[in-house]
Structures are given as structure tokens and as C-alpha cells.
Write a protein that binds this ligand. Structure first.
Ligand code: BTN
Length: 264
């Protein structure tokens, strides 16, 4: 049987609460999806800042309506928690929301490892394989015009797992950081993530543009977008739009509904 995980809930709470009043930390053994739960709460009028962690999700969700699987590889039944899955909910009122998901991805890679890269808009990659994904959803806060409740969901693979029908098998964090378990990762990423979101709220994406481009997995690669556009990726601009040099000139891609991959 797996040893129960020791989550650093109190240490995270103590580090965060001075800057985020009313902040709470909740750790659950199982839930459908941490994003779904915080969105349910927000739709019921609950907008308090909260970190919700689940040791297991039964209906994890990804971007573009996809599922997010975080199950253990059958060959690695000893893995205590095959992936870290959490959502951070908090009210935010930036002047411009463009690029927020890119800033979140950047915060994760900078907190975790120098060899990690970002595939626009916010997938975390290690040597060409996806290590972590981010799903951001927001709800308007009726009593605070201009503010929205943002639910920032993060899933990080920790142990080897099956490819789940993906073309490329996922990467896992213990490849580069052996022995690092879900509670260690959580402790390392949450406080910087909240600082990033607060800095984004004050200053927008331009503050992060240079650092994002330094970690850009697509830089100077030929890419194909899900809408058919092809060209060479040229980094992101100051609002986080992907710049693609196509035969029609420099195109800016902003739609969260578009996916991009290097040309095979
Ligand atoms: C993606 O890469 O498509 C985004 C994956 C986001 C997964 C995380 S796991 C925690 C949170 N709860 C969810 O249901 N999804 C996000």
C-alpha cells in the first residue's frame, strides 16, 4: 500500500496569506476535477482565494475540451501520486487578460527546472514531450465590476505513465528531479505562481515577454496551426500573441482555440 502523502498545506498557507487575505488550502483524496469544483463554487457566488489539491481526479479536464488523464502507469503501481493536480482560485482585475496563461506557464517552468520549455500558449515541455498542462477558466464577479474569479488549473506528470493515445509519450518530472513527489512540487510552485498572477494583474504580459521567449520551445521552428496556417515561429509579442512568419508576412495568433505543433 502507498504511504499517505504529507502535504505542506500549513507552510503554503503561511507563505501566501500575508499577500492574499482570506486564502485557504484544501487537500482532497478524490474529486471529479479541481477546476470543475472551483467553477461550481464561483457560479454559486463563492469567490474566496483558495488552493484546491486533489490526489486523484475522476474527470480531469484539459484545454480545447479534451480530457486530462492523470492515472498511474500499470507498470508503476508504487507511484504514490502519479501526477500533481491542483487549481488555484482567486479574484483578479488586470486591465488586459491577454497572455495570462503564458505567464502561468512561465512561472511553473521557472520554479521547477532550467531545462523546461514552453510550447505556446502554455504547455510545459521537457525535451519535446509534454510534462504539464494548464487550464484557466474565469467567472465574472457581479459585485466587483472589472474583476473576475480566475481558476488556474495545473496538472504535472510526476511518474512515467501510458501515452493515453498521444503521438508522443508524456514526460515526467522525476526524469529530471528524481525523488520529487507531489507535495514537494506543490510547495515549490504555489507561492511564485501567486506572485506571478499579482504581477500580471499590475503590469500585464509585457513584463514576462522576454523571459517567455527565452523558454520558447517553438522558437525558429516551422509550425503548423490547427486552422491550417503554416510558417516559422518567431516568439511572442508583448500581449502574448504567437508570431508566425508565413508566406503572407508576420501573422499574430491570439486565439486560445488554435493549437500549434512543429511541422513533422
Ligand atoms: C491541458 O494541457 O490541456 C490542460 C490540462 C490541465 C489539467 C489540470 S489538472 C488540475 C485541473 N483540473 C482539471 O480538471 N484540469 C486542470
Amino acid at each position: 500500500m502507498n504511504t499517505p502523502l504529507r502535504w505542506p498545506a500549513e507552510a503554503i498557507w503561511e507563505a501566501v496569506v500575508p499577500d492574499l487575505h482570506g486564502f485557504t488550502v484544501e487537500i482532497l483524496p478524490e474529486i471529479d476535477s479541481t477546476n470543475t469544483e472551483l467553477m461550481r463554487r464561483a457560479r454559486a457566488g463563492r469567490f474566496d482565494p483558495v488552493l484546491l489539491v486533489a490526489e486523484r481526479q475522476t474527470a480531469g479536464r484539459g484545454r480545447l475540451g479534451r480530457d486530462w488523464h492523470s492515472g498511474a502507469d500499470t507498470n508503476n503501481a508504487s507511484a504514490a501520486c502519479p501526477s500533481l493536480t491542483f487549481s488555484l482560485g482567486l479574484p483578479l482585475a488586470p486591465r488586459d487578460w491577454s497572455g495570462m496563461s503564458l505567464a502561468v506557464g512561465l512561472s511553473l517552468v521557472e520554479s521547477l527546472h532550467t531545462d523546461l520549455r514552453l510550447k505556446w500558449p502554455n504547455d510545459v515541455y521537457f525535451r519535446g514531450r509534454k510534462l504539464a498542462g494548464i487550464l484557466i477558466e474565469t467567472v465574472a464577479i457581479p459585485e466587483a465590476p472589472g474583476a473576475r474569479y480566475a481558476v488556474v488549473g495545473v496538472g504535472v506528470n510526476l511518474h512515467p505513465r501510458s501515452a493515453d493515445g498521444l503521438n508522443t509519450p508524456p514526460a515526467w518530472l522525476q526524469e529530471m528531479l528524481p525523488g520529487m513527489e507531489a507535495p514537494d512540487v506543490l510547495r515549490q510552485v504555489v507561492a511564485p505562481l501567486i506572485q506571478t498572477l499579482k504581477a500580471f494583474e499590475r503590469s500585464g504580459f509585457s513584463l514576462f515577454q522576454v523571459r517567455f521567449n527565452a523558454r520558447d520551445a517553438l522558437a525558429d521552428l516551422d509550425v503548423v496551426l490547427s486552422d491550417g496556417m503554416t510558417g516559422r515561429a518567431q516568439g511572442v509579442d508583448d500581449v502574448g500573441a504567437l508570431q508566425v512568419l508565413s508566406t503572407q508576412g508576420l501573422q499574430k495568433v491570439t486565439s486560445a482555440e488554435v493549437s500549434v505543433r512543429p511541422t513533422p
